[in-house]
Design a protein around this ligand. Structure first.
Ligand code: BGC
Length: 755
């Protein structure tokens, strides 16, 4: 009976989807029947700014929208979006415009950068951060976000590691799903959900030498096993659109790569949404050496790229290519249909002004609850890297010196790609002042500039500063004066909290670095502070793993706070004073030196694994192979003890489920959370496998002395991998199950599994 009921419910669901699709098909067919070629090409065109002049005329954006020449654009205020949609309503067929913006880590309520969000290991909170971003962005008229970025990154020189979830494909896939669900909710046509755009498809994070936009060259096996899973997970979660990446794949730029955009994405994975290019990526195929604008535009369309972002290649050349037989009307129709379908699914044809209800803009942005959530998620994104002699948490009394160029800084706490308002940011020194008791003295000194290197200084200037009306701050004092003041201040204090790292423009797009240490001016400050003999707590604000050997040896505590967002200062104070016990774990390896890069925990073994006693093994002469801080690492104010692993069975067959259990005990004095991590190794297989792979985790909270049993249910699904024929399956044999506090510090137990 129950089964029959279920069958009936599923049938109803299928019929309703079919019914909705049939309605959408009929609507889009009817509309496309009325469209001219020019209007169809207009739908494939995403443009903003003064493009009329580029097109050889004097028409403004709204005139072009009225002529049906723009299918999508940007828009940061409800007024701007309203103007766009009014112009669209004045066009012949009244087709609404898609409004897309880079809403990457919160909208007005700015959350930590995505790499920080990933370090929370809290999928519920990550999803909620995207949900809040969608509510705030939609209240401002936006219906489409160029997020999530799910590029796997193993090279911290690449500035865009700040925008993703780190190096692990399994974790990347979980985060990707959570973000898509957060943005799109359960119904895209609601007025508080927005369409996700999965980017950058694909492999953008593997740019050679970590230099942005550089060549990617990778085996199919590495693609399938290590890089593609997060994209696939995001599409399986229903993401409505994808953005093609700038890089080449097998020598062909992603934007013109038919294997990628049609064979893999649509035929193998069944993606039904539309593909937009990255910014002018069609045009850039000419610099890749693929052909002139007409040739690369035709190539992109035929490959499966539906919308041209800001390049004007489609709108200026496809008509000619059609006349010359280089593309067909069917190619144009297919892309046009996909874009109209996206607008239909968003409900824009029902009401183009659906997001623009005035009370929403007033009531749903920067609410008290959203700001409180920003504080909580920021505190959970921090990773305690060192805490010698339990110097943290600090007492809320005595005299605290807060020093460093990022200590009284607001803009850089927002991080790259922020839509947040820097005036609303709580700086670290402010957060500390808010937290301490009234008798506590908090003294501040800047101590150094972010950098004094003229070459770097020039390159990290915000290129849009003039446009955004931001005035460059000019420091009137010399570096020596800044330093002297800071040392004087430090000498009088009980403890020094020094806030160092990177400005927000030092990570993100076009922000690769060849050295990833703290810039010299700040290093000098740190060395001078350590030399005072005062206890030094280093709080890091930055967008990538850094090399921190000297710091790790000499400071008393190290707290990685990333770019923490609007409530950064309060959240940092929460952790420094123990109001929140840190629980974040890094999702990217911290190397000892740039020479070790690329460095990641799930590497393959060589035929000569490192052996310090044997010279002819795979290692460096000058430094250990191990990273400074491994993937999954992060301390707490308390300590956790792990029992041995107990397995429900040692020999398994077929689709049986293995249960692995450990008991975790809080062995310290503070209540705290621990991310209990599960890794599996497959030591013998038909292809060389990663030494271990993350397959699960549980985040638990324990009071002092409390224990909890953590159980992982493992099925053969977790043993599957791509073999050299790219078949995804598992092979029988022995497996090593590992559970522990980070990717290096693990208990292990073995089992064998036969088919
Ligand atoms: C970036 C994308 C971004 C796009 C639109 C590009 O330069 O690579 O990540 O979504 O610009 O702003």
């Amino acid at each position: 009976m129950r089964k029959l009921q279920l069958l009936f419910i599923s049938l109803l669901a299928v019929c309703s989807i079919y019914g909705q699709n049939a309605k959408m098909d009929a609507f889009v067919n009817n509309l496309m029947g009325k469209m001219t070629l020019e209007e169809k090409l207009g739908q494939l065109n995403l443009s903003s700014g003064n493009i009329g002049a580029v097109l050889g005329g004097s028409e403004g954006m709204e005139d072009l929208i009225r002529k049906g020449q723009i299918g999508a654009t940007g828009g940061y205020t409800p007024e701007a979006v309203r103007k766009v949609q009014i112009a669209a309503q004045q066009s012949r067929l009244k087709i609404p415009v898609l409004i897309g913006v880079d809403v990457i880590h919160g909208y007005k309520t700015a959350f930590p950068i995505p790499l920080g969000l990933a370090c929370t290991w809290d999928l519920g909170m990550i999803e909620k951060s995207a949900r809040i971003a969608a509510i705030e962005a939609s209240a401002s008229g936006i219906c489409w976000t160029y997020s999530p970025m799910v590029d796997i990154a193993r090279d911290p020189r690449w500035g865009r590691v700040a925008e993703g979830a780190g190096e692990d494909p399994w974790w990347g896939a979980q985060v990707a799903k959570a973000m898509v669900h957060g943005y799109q909710g359960d119904d895209l046509s609601k007025d508080n959900t927005i369409m996700a755009c999965v980017k950058h498809f694909a492999l953008y994070g593997a740019a050679e030498a970590g230099r942005d936009y550089n060549t990617v060259d990778m085996s199919r096996l590495a693609m399938y096993q290590d890089y593609l899973p997060p994209y696939k997970a995001a599409f399986d979660a229903g993401a409505g659109s994808a953005m093609s990446s700038f890089n080449v794949i097998d020598g062909v730029p992603a934007t013109g790569n038919k294997w990628l955009l049609t064979d893999l994405l649509r035929k193998q994975w069944g993606f039904k949404g539309f593909v937009v290019t990255d910014y002018t990526a069609i045009n850039e195929m000419s610099a890749h050496g693929i052909g002139d604008l007409q040739a690369v535009s035709a190539l992109a369309l035929k490959a499966g790229t539906d919308m041209d972002m800001q390049g004007l290649g489609y709108i200026t050349t496809l008509k000619k290519s059609l006349a010359e037989g280089k593309v067909t009307i069917a190619d144009i129709n297919t892309s046009c249909r996909r874009i109209l379908e996206a607008k239909y699914k968003l409900g824009l044809f029902d009401d183009a002004f659906r997001y623009l209800k005035e009370d929403r803009f007033k009531n749903e942005i920067l609410t008290k609850e959203n700001i409180q959530f920003a504080r909580e998620i920021a505190a959970r994104s921090f990773v305690l890297l060192k805490n010698s002699n339990q110097i943290l948490p600090l007492k809320k009394s005595g005299k605290i010196a807060v020093v460093g160029p990022l200590a009284d800084n607001k803009a850089d706490l927002l991080g790259c790609w922020s839509t947040g308002d820097q005036n609303k940011v709580v700086s670290v020194v402010q957060g500390i002042r808010n937290a301490v008791a009234s008798g506590t003295e908090v003294v501040y000194a800047k101590g150094a500039n972010i950098t004094d290197d003229p070459y770097l200084k020039e390159r990290i200037k915000n290129p849009f500063a003039a446009y955004m009306g931001i005035k460059e701050e000019v420091e009137p004092r010399t570096s020596a004066e800044l330093l002297t003041e800071a040392i004087e201040v430090a000498k009088t204090a009980d403890v020094v909290v020094v806030v160092l790292g990177e400005s927000s423009s030092m990570s993100g797009e076009a922000a690769s670095r060849s050295e990833i240490g703290i810039p010299e001016s700040q290093e000098n400050l740190l060395k001078a502070l350590v030399a005072t003999g005062k206890p030094v707590v280093l709080v890091l604000v930055n967008g990538r793993p850094l090399t921190l050997n000297w710091e790790n040896e000499h400071v008393n505590a190290l707290l990685e706070a990333w770019a923490p967002g609007i409530e950064g200062g309060n959240a940092i104070a929460d952790v420094l004073f123990g109001d929140y016990n840190p629980s974040g774990k890094i999702t990217m390896t911290f190397p000892r030196s740039v020479g070790q890069i690329p460095i990641y925990y799930n590497h393959r073994n060589t035929g000569r694994p490192m052996d310090q006693k044997n010279k002819f093994t795979s290692k460096y002469l000058d430094i250990p192979n191990e990273p400074l801080f491994p993937f999954g690492y992060g301390l707490s104010f308390t300590t956790f003890g792990y029992s041995d692993i107990s397995l429900s069975k040692n020999t398994l067959k077929g689709n049986e489920t293995l249960t692995a259990k450990v008991t975790v005990t809080n062995t310290g004095k503070f209540a705290g959370e621990e991310v209990v991590q599960l890794y599996i190794s497959d030591p013998v297989a038909s292809v060389a496998r990663a030494v271990k792979e993350l397959k699960g985790f549980e985040k638990i909270r324990l009071n002092p002395g409390e224990s909890k049993e953590v159980k992982f249910a493992i099925t053969p699904e977790a043993l599957k991998f791509f073999n050299s024929e790219l078949k995804y399956d598992w092979e029988p044999g022995e497996f090593v199950i590992q559970v522990g506090t980070n990717s290096q510090d693990l208990k292990q137990a073995k089992c064998s599994w036969v088919k």
